[in-house]
Design a protein around this ligand. Structure first.
Ligand SMILES: C[S@@+](CC[C@H](N)C(=O)[O-])C[C@H]1O[C@@H](n2cnc3c(N)ncnc32)[C@H](O)[C@@H]1O
Length: 308
C-alpha cells in the first residue's frame, strides 16, 4: 500500500545495483520465492514495530473508552450483521493484528475472546504490552496468516482483518481457506482494505495516474524503501514484496472457500495518507481525496461474508 501504505517512486523492472537507501525503488514482475519474500517482509515488519509504537497514538489507549478510528469505522459497518448490533460476547480472531491497537479496540467493543495473529514476534510483544497496560484480556499467536488455522485453537464467531493485509500475501486461495476453517458455522468474516484500484495509482503524481498492476499473476512487486507510513524513522531492511489482487480474485477466493458474501462495499475515506493530494478530514477522522477526485478514485473495499 501504495500497497503497503508507503510512498513510492519510479517503476523499473530490474533491481538497480546503484540504488541508495534515500530513494524508494520499485521493481515489477519480480521473480522471488514465497519463502524469500516472506523473510524479507518479516525483517522489514520487525523493524517497523518501534517506529509504529511512537507513531500509532498508543498513548491514547490509556483512556479506557478509546477505540482506534479503524475499528470505530468497521463497527459501524458490522453492526447490521452481528446479534444485537454489537460484538458483545463474540469470539473474535484478528488476522495480521500488528501492534494490537485494533485488537484491543475489538476487545473494548465487547468481544468475549480476542486472539491476535501476526508473523512478527516484535509486533506481538508490543501488542501484549498494550493489552496489559489497558487491562484487556487478549491472546496472541505468532503465525503466518497462511498457516493460521493450524496455529490458533478453537473456532470463532468473527474473523477480522483490515487495512494493509492482503497485499502481503501471494495466495488468496490459501488465505480464504484459513478464514473458513477458523469460523464456526454461521460465523462472520470481515475485511476492509486498500481498494485494488487505488493501489494502481501513482501516489506521487500531481494528479491520479494509473501506474501499478491491477491484476495479479502470482509474481511479486518489490520495493526498496527505508521509510514507513507513520513518523520519520528509518528501517535498515528496506526490501519488501507485495502482490496485487483484483476485486474478482478476492471475492472468488472467499466464495471458493465456502463463504457467502453478505455485503460488498467501496469507501471514499482512508486511514492513511496514500498521496500528498489527500487531506485529513477531521469530521470523519480519515484522509480523503480533494472534492473533485472523490468519485473518481475509490479508497477502500469492504467484504462481509458468512460461513455456510
Ligand atoms: C499494515 S499492518 C496491518 C494492520 C493493521 N491495520 C494495523 O495497522 O495495525 C500489516 C501486518 O501484517 C503482518 N504480516 C505481513 N505478512 C504476514 C504474513 N504472511 N503472516 C502474518 N502476518 C503478516 C505484519 O507483521 C503487520 O503486522
Amino acid at each position: 500500500m501504495s500497497h503497503s501504505l508507503e510512498s513510492r517512486e519510479a517503476g523499473t523492472t530490474e533491481p538497480n545495483p546503484e540504488h541508495t537507501q534515500n530513494s524508494p525503488e520499485f521493481y515489477d514482475y519480480h521473480d522471488v520465492s514465497w519463502e524469500e519474500a516472506r523473510e524479507a517482509n518479516l525483517r522489514n515488519w520487525e523493524e517497523r514495530v518501534p517506529l509504529h509504537e511512537s507513531g500509532y497514538g498508543v498513548e491514547e489507549f490509556a483512556n479506557p473508552g478509546h477505540l482506534s478510528q479503524v475499528v470505530r469505522d468497521d463497527l459501524a459497518a458490522l453492526r447490521p450483521f452481528v446479534p444485537g448490533g454489537s460484538l458483545d460476547g463474540l469470539e473474535v480472531c484478528h488476522l495480521q493484528c500488528h501492534i494490537g491497537t485494533d485488537t484491543v479496540s475489538l476487545a473494548r467493543a465487547g468481544a468475549a475472546r480476542v486472539v491476535g495473529v501476526d508473523f512478527s514476534p516484535s509486533a506481538l510483544e508490543s501488542a501484549r504490552r498494550l493489552a496489559q497496560s489497558c487491562k484487556v484480556n487478549a491472546s496472541w499467536v505468532q503465525s503466518d496468516v497462511l498457516d493460521a488455522r493450524a496455529a490458533v485453537q478453537g473456532q470463532f464467531d468473527l474473523v477480522y482483518t483490515s487495512i494493509g493485509a492482503i497485499c502481503w500475501l501471494n495466495d488468496l486461495g490459501l488465505w480464504a481457506k484459513q478464514i473458513a476453517a477458523l469460523l464456526r458455522p454461521g460465523g462472520l468474516f470481515y475485511i476492509r482494505d486498500g481498494h485494488p484500484m487505488l493501489l494502481t495509482v501513482d501516489e506521487n503524481a500531481p494528479e491520479p495516474l494509473l501506474r501499478y498492476r491491477y491484476f495479479g499473476d502470482g509474481t511479486a512487486q518489490a520495493w526498496d524503501d527505508d521509510t514507513t507510513y507513520v513518523g520519520d524513522g528509518k528501517v535498515a531492511s528496506i526490501r519488501t514484496y507485495e502482490w496485487p489482487h483484483s476485486i474478482s480474485e478476492i471475492l472468488n477466493a472467499l466464495i471458493a472457500a465456502g463463504l457467502k458474501i453478505l455485503k460488498f462495499d467501496e469507501g471514499r475515506t482512508l486511514p492513511w495518507q496514500f498521496s500528498p493530494l489527500m487531506e485529513f478530514d477531521k469530521e470523519v477522522g480519515s484522509f480523503v481525496w480533494p472534492e473533485q477526485l472523490r468519485n473518481i478514485v475509490p479508497c477502500t473495499f469492504t467484504v462481509i461474508a458468512t460461513l455456510g
